[in-house]
Design a protein. Structure first.
Lengths: 406, 213
């Protein structure tokens, strides 16, 4: 291509739509045009709403989700029946090995318990004292592990991870016992005197609740502390565990449930239910999103049929325009530009209605609570802008393709 | 600026017609500013020759070079640029928009790459005697009138080469001369070349070269 020609191409023809409009037969087939616009508006509205809802669900259920990195954590015990009541119902090393070898179980860890007696009192501030059980489990099984959750031999401070359910229970009976109720944030400031005693002696420790766990109903201490204390006070180190924690991709996996039933293991699935609800909601909303994309595709297809029809009807005129020297790219750009305002209005309207729905949802369904923003997530605006760009580009490419075919 | 034909042979033409031709399978160079008349009876490929150069057909062997660029390798965009900048044409079959007015037919070409203002359309139309037809639909004009519309349309843009395929076939002698005068004026403004294909020699067209097709 000559330099002159290539620079002329770079300059490109600037054609106004007004110039070529009389040569296009566009007035026909209004209904198919309106149908495709409506379809596009509904599709975009559905897509924006479903993505905003997905974000909402994530935000609303964020703190209550016991799943960690896509895994369910469940606790199993041996089912206690009238027949086996008297015998040892703890998990032996071979039981645990068998559990770990199952393909649907990613990992399993026993919950070791104290082999000595432990007593907790809250000192003079809260006149309260109780016998206590302590347990420990591998850190990666705990949902909330702060950096302070560790213990060195010789240390008199013992960090404790406390079940959020236990705190709730405490708060229920505390007033009746004349004890103060405690909030989640203030529980860490209560200093607990932890008295450990057994054949090996007696020692007091200062216990601090460093975190609350939604997942594990227990009083957890660092593994090495329990090992040391069992040795020191209880003179035993390898006591079998009564509870085992399982890590699995799906707590509702039929194979898992069948195995547990066969082994006569009891599972507490309460903790996984919330995760299930979230998963289900997200699946529904994702389904809605996919449906929305389908609606958008259908609308775009309908519009493309309309464009094809328009170009077929104006074929003779367009052919002659090209013969006279109008460029296919210039013509496509000019024709495609004509629909930018239409697309902009459609997408802005959908965005407006999505924002309105979000506001109404926050205002009325959630009664204006600040758990959720009343405004759209920035990604929704980004998505709307990308959709607009996509529509315009697809339109341009389609017209260009049709013109080149003439 | 030149057009160079290198051994161009239409794929559909009989060999005896090719052998007897001064254009087919020959080397022809047309420079800017030249006036060439191509003469041939029907069926020798006059219209094909014009369409080959304008890029409407490519069923030929050999090369056609426009400023040393092989137009056989041009894409639609490059042809669009050539047609709006350097090659204008008067088709034998006129190729007007039948459902548009005479004015619209001329102006659509002017708007693409204007060489004149809009008022010049009216001046040209009145010189060729069709000023009162400007608002009429092209299809309602006589063939002679339509031919004058096609002539005026071709003169609305800048060009280096004006291709004409039997441009006066439906005009009487006096209208032919008036049209030729207007064309001559416009061509000299651009210092362009004329390639005029017709059945016989037109004595009112002062050709630098007459080539038998």
């Amino acid at each position: 291509m000559s330099k002159q020609l290539s620079s002329a191409i770079k300059g490109k023809q600037r054609i106004s739509f007004k110039t070529i409009a009389p040569f296009l037969i566009i007035g026909q087939n209004r209904s198919s045009r309106i149908f495709s616009y409506t379809g596009l508006a509904i599709g975009v509205l559905l897509l924006l709403c479903s993505i905003q809802m997905f974000i909402n669900i994530n935000q609303l259920l964020k703190e209550k989700n016991p799943r960690k990195n896509g895994f369910d954590f469940i606790s199993v015990t041996k089912t206690i029946t009238n027949q086996n009541m008297g015998s040892d119902n703890r998990f032996t090393a071979s039981d645990i090995k068998e559990i770990q070898s199952q393909s649907f179980i990613k990992d399993a860890a026993p919950l070791n318990s104290n082999q000595f007696r432990a007593k907790a009192s809250a000192g003079t501030i809260i006149p309260f004292s109780t016998d206590l059980f302590l347990e420990s489990v591998k850190n990666n099984f705990i949902d909330t592990v702060p950096p302070s959750f560790n213990w060195q031999p010789g240390q008199t401070d013992v960090p404790i991870i406390f079940s959020a359910d236990f705190l709730e229970m405490y708060n229920i009976f505390a007033p009746a016992q004349g004890l103060p109720q405690l909030s989640e944030s203030s529980v860490g400031s209560v200093s607990i005197v932890l008295e450990c005693y057994g054949p090996g002696g007696v020692q007091n420790f200062r216990g601090t609740i460093v975190a609350l766990s939604d997942r594990i109903n227990s009083v957890l201490v660092p593994e090495n502390f329990l090992l040391w204390a069992n040795n020191k006070f209880g003179n035993s180190s390898n006591a079998p565990a009564a509870r085992v924690y399982l890590k699995t991709t799906d707590a509702n996996d039929p194979a898992l449930l069948k195995f547990l039933e066969q082994k006569n293991y009891h599972v507490n699935k309460d903790k996984t239910k919330f995760g299930r609800v979230k998963q289900l909601l997200q699946a529904v909303v994702s389904g809605l999103g996919v449906f929305a994309i389908l609606v958008i595709l259908l609308a775009m297809m309908l519009f493309s049929f309309y464009l094809q029809l328009m170009i077929a009807r104006s074929k003779d005129n367009l052919k002659l325009l090209l013969t006279l020297g109008y460029s296919p790219a210039g013509l496509s750009k000019t024709v495609a530009k004509k629909w930018i305002p239409v697309y902009t209005i459609i997408i802005l309207l959908s965005l407006f209605f999505t924002a309105l729905l979000q506001y109404l949802f926050q205002h009325f369904v959630l009664s204006g609570r600040e758990v959720l923003s009343a405004y759209l997530h920035f990604s929704i605006y980004l998505l709307a802008a990308s959709l607009l760009l996509l529509c315009v580009i697809i339109n341009y490419k389609l017209i260009k393709k049709l013109l080149y075919r003439l | 600026m030149n057009i160079h034909l290198e051994n161009v042979i239409p794929e559909f033409l009989e060999s005896e017609k090719i052998e007897s031709s001064d254009i087919w399978n020959k080397n022809i160079l047309v420079n800017k500013g030249e006036r060439i008349q191509i003469v041939a009876p029907s069926g020798r490929g006059k219209t094909s020759f014009i369409h080959f150069i304008y890029g409407l057909r490519n069923d030929y062997k050999g090369n056609i070079l426009l400023n040393n660029q092989n137009i056989g390798l041009f894409d639609a965009e490059e042809f669009a640029i050539t047609r709006s900048n350097s090659c204008s044409i008067i088709f034998q079959d006129l190729r007007l928009f039948p459902d548009h007015t005479v004015f619209e037919n001329i102006n659509i070409k002017r708007l693409l790459n204007p060489f004149h203002g809009e008022e010049r359309i009216k001046e040209m139309a009145s010189r060729l005697g069709i000023e009162n037809k400007l608002d009429r639909l092209a299809k309602t004009c006589s063939y002679g009138e339509q031919q004058r519309v096609a002539i005026i349309r071709a003169l609305q843009q800048p060009f280096d080469f004006l291709l004409m395929d039997e441009p006066f076939s439906n005009l009487d002698e006096s209208n032919r001369r008036i049209a030729m005068e207007l064309i001559d004026e416009e061509v000299s403004k651009r210092n362009a070349a004329i390639l005029l294909a017709d059945l016989k020699i037109l004595e009112f067209f002062k050709a630098d070269r007459i080539i038998q097709l």
